[in-house]
Every structure is written in structure tokens, then in C-alpha cells.
Design a protein around this ligand. Structure first.
Ligand code: IPE
Ligand code: IPE
Ligand code: MG
Length: 250
């Protein structure tokens, strides 16, 4: 990414970050519309400012050696918004793919789409598919973009695939179901950050978030800074993850 890991982030004797670093950070990028409205701007300006923010947050996480970042950009329920907002968001996404894919590729970012493709307009679907194909072998960091994504719809689709495959009931287990999710080759998120002040998942990574740590901030997404990201990572470092057992995970 743009900057090398800095001295602000001490390493231990093995060259790892001294503090506990989440391997996968997933972000519910909320608060764009209210941020714009508070400034007397159209909501779409909030979405534009929100997209601008992605790069700097991704850089901040990459500097902390986070290997997987998922951003929630458009939910299956966001189609229920007014047509002009939905069309505006689609057009912003189309622009950002065209403008950013080459630079992301050069920085070793693998881009993965999580969500339905069938409801996207053909040119957007094609752009998403080309971005994935171009970056598929990159290894610096994986950026999952949850777009037309819903956790319930993802699980329903996985179940449909399993039923179609003719699997026997006793063959269906958590591993099999996970292998049919959009995230089949992505580890579960360790930390989920929600900006914009709400305390809910809004249909985000329902299956995968079973043991994720949750962090919310009232800061709207367009105002999230590297310092805010650092606060979230530090909060994560203080959590004791037990996964149902009595002692923290070693
Ligand atoms: C999140 O910001 C982005 C999308 C859901 C597309 P919002 O548009 O939900 O912003 P608020 O919550 O109305 O402020
Ligand atoms: C969640 O935000 C979806 C995204 C950030 C893309 P929403 O604004 O759609 O969620 P609710 O409606 O407040 O639950
Ligand atoms: Mg919202």
C-alpha cells in the first residue's frame, strides 16, 4: 500500500505487531446520508465522500498488516431506497471501479465481490467481474466488496446449491454450508466496525459474524480517520475472545 508500516506500530521479536491485530476487519460503512444532510448537501454527496474514504481506511488497515478487509457498500434492502439514490450509488460504484482498479492491482490488492450479480446492470456486472479477474492472484491484501449483499440471501442461496447437489441430510454440516457462501475462501471477520452510530448488523455477514468482535463509533463513515481506525484496532486488542470456552483463545 501507499506507506510502509511505520515506527508507531512496534513489532515483537518475531517481527509481528506487538498488539493483537485482527486478520480480517469488516466494516459497515454507515452514515453517508446523514453526514451530507447535516451539511445541507444531497445524500449522494455523502456517498461520493464515502467512496473517497475507502482508500485511506484500506491503507491504514494494510499498514497494520490486516490481510482481509470487507466493506459493506450496498445491502439487498438498499434497493428499497428512492430510485435516484439507488441509481446514483450504482453510478458512483461504476466510476470508482474504472478509476481505482488499476491502482489497487498495482498495490497487490485482490478484489472480491460478495453478493448477487444478477440484479446489477450488465456494464456494472462486467466491470466487477473484470476487476476480480485482473486482481485474483494478488496477495498483499484482499478487499471484499459486499454489494447487493444480504446475509440471509447468501445463506438461502447456499442451501439451494446444497439441495441441488443432492447432498444427503447427514452430509450437511457447518463446513459444507460455509463452502457454499460467497466467503468460501475468506476467513470469518475478527472485528466488525460500524460507523454512523447504530448498533445493528443490518443483514451483514450473519453466518460469518458468529464470534466476531463488534465495535461501533458515532463517527459517520465520510469522517472516519486513520486515528479512528487505530482506536478500533486498539479496542480489539483489549478484547478477550473465548469462543464459548472459559479461557481466552491462546
Ligand atoms: C451507508 O450510508 C451507505 C449505504 C447504505 C449505501 P447511508 O446512506 O445508510 O447513510 P445514513 O445512515 O442514511 O446516514
Ligand atoms: C447498512 O446500512 C448497509 C450498508 C452500510 C451498505 P443501512 O443504512 O442500510 O442500515 P439500516 O437501514 O440503518 O439498518
Ligand atoms: Mg444508514
Amino acid at each position: 500500500m501507499a506507506e510502509e508500516p511505520g515506527a508507531a506500530f512496534p513489532l515483537d521479536a518475531n517481527g509481528r505487531d506487538a498488539a493483537e491485530i485482527p486478520h480480517h476487519v469488516a466494516i459497515i460503512m454507515d452514515g453517508n446520508g446523514r453526514w451530507a444532510e447535516d451539511k445541507g448537501l444531497p445524500r449522494l454527496e455523502g456517498h461520493r465522500a464515502g467512496v473517497e474514504k475507502i482508500r485511506s481506511v484500506l491503507d491504514a488497515l494494510a499498514r497494520r498488516r490486516v490481510k482481509f478487509v470487507t466493506i459493506y457498500a450496498f445491502s439487498t434492502e438498499n434497493w428499497n431506497r428512492p430510485d435516484d439514490e439507488v441509481e446514483g450509488i450504482m453510478s458512483i460504484l461504476r466510476d470508482v471501479i474504472h478509476q481505482e482498479t488499476r491502482a489497487l492491482h498495482e498495490q497487490g490488492v485482490r478484489v472480491v465481490h460478495l453478493g448477487r450479480s444478477d440484479r446489477l446492470l450488465p456494464d456494472l456486472r462486467e466491470a466487477v467481474s473484470q476487476a476480480q479477474d485482473l486482481t485474483q492472484h494478488n496477495t498483499a491484501i484482499t478487499l471484499c466488496v459486499a454489494f447487493d449483499y444480504g446475509g440471509r440471501s447468501e445463506i438461502v442461496e447456499a442451501v439451494r446449491q446444497i439441495v441441488r447437489s443432492g447432498a444427503k441430510p447427514e452430509e450437511v454440516d457447518e463446513k459444507l454450508l460455509s463452502s457454499h457462501l460467497y466467503t468460501h475462501d475468506i476467513p470469518d471477520p475478527d472485528l466488525i466496525i460500524r460507523t454512523g452510530g447504530e448498533y445493528r448488523l443490518s443483514n451483514f455477514l450473519l453466518w460469518q459474524s458468529a464470534y466476531s468482535e463488534f465495535y461501533t463509533t458515532t463517527v459517520p463513515w465520510p469522517e472516519l480517520s486513520a486515528t479512528h481506525v487505530e482506536e478500533a484496532i486498539c479496542a480489539y486488542g483489549r478484547r478477550k475472545r473465548k469462543f464459548g470456552a472459559l479461557t481466552p483463545d491462546p
